[in-house]
Design a protein around this ligand. Structure first.
Ligand code: ATP
Ligand code: MG
Length: 558
């Protein structure tokens, strides 16, 4: 399935599964991942995916991908396709692709069974009346005047709801449980509503659609799910989940187990809100590299391996917590540190002329692709008389501990030799525009002078060979840790206006310009970058900063 090599991490759900296998309650584990196709998946969904697929795979079981497509107003086939793509990309294979809509007829038949047994009734109150007669946490609800309709009348009305004889909202079907239950979910929940809208898979066949709670548990049972894993907000729905399964005819009764949602700071994680950000143009799309979506993280340069490692490390528990974004960034930083080939790129270039380097000549130096991994091979780095270095690596009048280039000072060029600053040229405004240096031919690696100790090493790119590039530097999408915490303010007020900086005068090693979308690199001394999917073979290559080399943000902003 995927090649994660660290041993499984134990948690309370895994313990339950182990116990159920040992006791013989189950001989095979079946789980499901049940997204609603109303948007793209986000990093929180990845937690559920890793958990559901991971646990079944570990114990030789299976996992279905099931679209919870019971709300045709908000759902689409495009979203379903995007979700399948993301699950595959994360490295998981579903055993079967299912849809709640595959079961519309069975769900309906089970509802008729409830009606026949006096356990469901057609309520003709409007939504507002139903809401107010629900009661509160302190007060019991009151019975609907339609609660005691005869079975025959209910059957006729429900059938008419189904075939479209009524308008939206005229009637609903409710389970007949207990209007005085301390658990409000059990106060005669609605299980069907009229929605005269076409469904992206069943077309015009249905005029009524099942509610989530009704569809969910029964779909689990139909698929023979053993452990139905969901997030904590469904804890209060568990008695209802169980009531439904006890009151229909089914041999299978999955166990619902709740775990805490995955949350991250400095972002929002709800499809509805993410959709708002896309539709209102706050970001460039679902796959904008600042988005916490799987598509956004992928485009940002995250690997599926890093996302899996992140959730594995975070664990599965029953208490809510918010994980600092820095922890997610560390996961990709560790992955990139291991796997990214090293190259050089200058983001904010200033020209250096090596006056004693023969004019018109150039050479190709061999440099390791990864300092600790000789198996990753070597690359050839071109050098010529003029090179670019980072503007910030030269200072005309530096402070004492500045170990980079200064007038009269020496610095080592990464993978090459030592240079000494002999002169500078300024423009009319007094800004340094060109630095002149002499290089020490004996200091090249492999030669006797190579051992000469110099405090600073800087990166560089040959001016003759370097290729211009557009670099996109991303920062947090929001400028507060919890954009939803302030109930009096809209979360969009906290969008970070500086979350994207685009640099258009960067220069990269020629090898980088040949990179294909998705290829990633460490720009030595700068950070981890990947080729954006908009990057074309012609025109400026576009690179996204995936993550900086170190977590400078944590230090600066906290
Ligand atoms: P959203 O509000 O983002 O749409 P949702 O729970 O409504 O979230 P679904 O498509 O219904 O989205 O979710 C599919 C599965 O993913 C569910 O089992 C849900 O519990 C789980 N899930 C959603 N968000 C998270 C999260 N942040 N952490 C862990 N699991 C999650
Ligand atoms: Mg949902």
């Amino acid at each position: 399935m995927n090649n994660d090599s660290t041993p499984p991490v134990s948690h309370f759900i895994r313990n339950i599964v182990v116990r159920d296998l040992e006791s013989g309650k189950h001989d095979k584990i079946v789980t499901r991942f049940p997204p609603e196709p109303n948007g793209h998946l986000h990093i929180g969904h990845a937690k559920s995916i890793c958990l559901n697929f991971g646990i079944a795979a570990e114990f030789g079981g299976t996992t279905n991908l099931r679209f919870d497509d019971t709300n045709p107003l908000k759902e689409s086939e495009d979203f379903a396709q995007a979700i399948m793509n993301d699950v595959r990309w994360l490295g998981f294979k579903w055993s079967e692709l299912r849809h709640a809509s595959d079961y519309f007829q069975q769900l309906y038949d089970h509802a008729v069974y409830l009606v026949r047994n006096g356990r469901a009734y057609v309520d003709s109150q409007d939504a507002e009346q139903i809401r107010t007669s629900r009661g509160t946490l302190k007060e019991p609800g009151t019975d609907s005047p339609f609660r005691d309709r005869s079975v025959e009348e209910n059957l006729v009305l429900f059938e008419k709801m189904k075939i479209g004889k009524f308008a939206d909202g005229e009637h609903v079907l409710r389970a007949r449980i207990d209007m005085a239950s301390p658990n409000i979910n059990l106060r005669d929940p609605v299980i069907y509503r009229i929605r005269k809208v076409p469904h992206h898979r069943t077309g015009d066949s249905w005029n009524i659609y099942p509610m989530y709670d009704w569809a969910h548990g029964i779909s689990d049972a139909i698929e023979g799910v053993t452990h139905s894993l969901c997030t904590l907000e469904f804890e209060d729905h568990r008695p209802l989940y169980d009531w439904f399964l006890e009151n229909i005819q089914t041999a299978c009764h999955p166990q619902q187990i709740e775990f805490a949602r995955g949350n991250l700071d400095f972002t929002v994680m709800s499809k509805r809100k993410l959709r708002q950000l896309v539709e209102e143009g706050h970001v460039a799309g679902w796959d904008d590299p600042r988005m916490p979506t799987i598509a956004g993280l992928r485009r940002r340069g995250y690997t599926a391996r890093a996302i899996r490692a992140f959730w594995k490390q975070a664990g599965v528990a029953k208490s809510e917590s918010i994980i600092p974004m820095g922890v997610l960034e560390n996961a990709i930083r560790n992955d990139m540190n291991e796997n990214a080939p090293r190259v050089m790129a200058v983001l904010d270039p200033i020209k250096v002329v090596l006056d004693n380097y023969p004019e018109g000549e150039s050479e190709w130096l061999q440099a390791p692709s990864h300092p600790q991994k000789p198996e990753m091979g070597e690359r050839s780095v071109p050098l010529s008389r003029e090179i670019w270095i980072e503007r910030g690596d030269f200072m005309e009048d530096p402070p004492r501990k500045f170990f980079r280039l200064r007038p009269g000072g020496e610095v080592r060029l990464r993978n090459a030799f030592i240079i000494k600053c002999t002169d500078i040229r300024k423009n009319a405004a007094g800004e340094v525009v060109e630095v002149h240096c002499e290089y020490d031919p004996q200091s090249r690696s492999g030669l006797p002078g190579a051992a000469r100790k110099i405090k600073g090493t800087i990166h560089w790119v040959s001016a003759e060979h370097g290729v211009g590039a557009e670099i996109r530097l991303y920062d947090r999408l929001f400028n507060v840790a919890t954009p939803l915490a302030d109930k009096d303010r809209d979360y969009r007020e906290f969008l970070n206006p500086d979350s994207l900086h685009t640099l258009t005068s960067a220069v990269v090693e020629p090898a980088v310009a040949q990179g294909k979308p998705g290829d990633f690199y460490q720009f030595e001394r700068v950070g981890y970058f990947c080729v954006d999917q908009e990057s074309k073979a012609t025109g400026l290559p576009i690179l996204n900063r995936t993550v900086s080399l170190r977590d400078s943000w944590a230090k600066l902003n906290r």
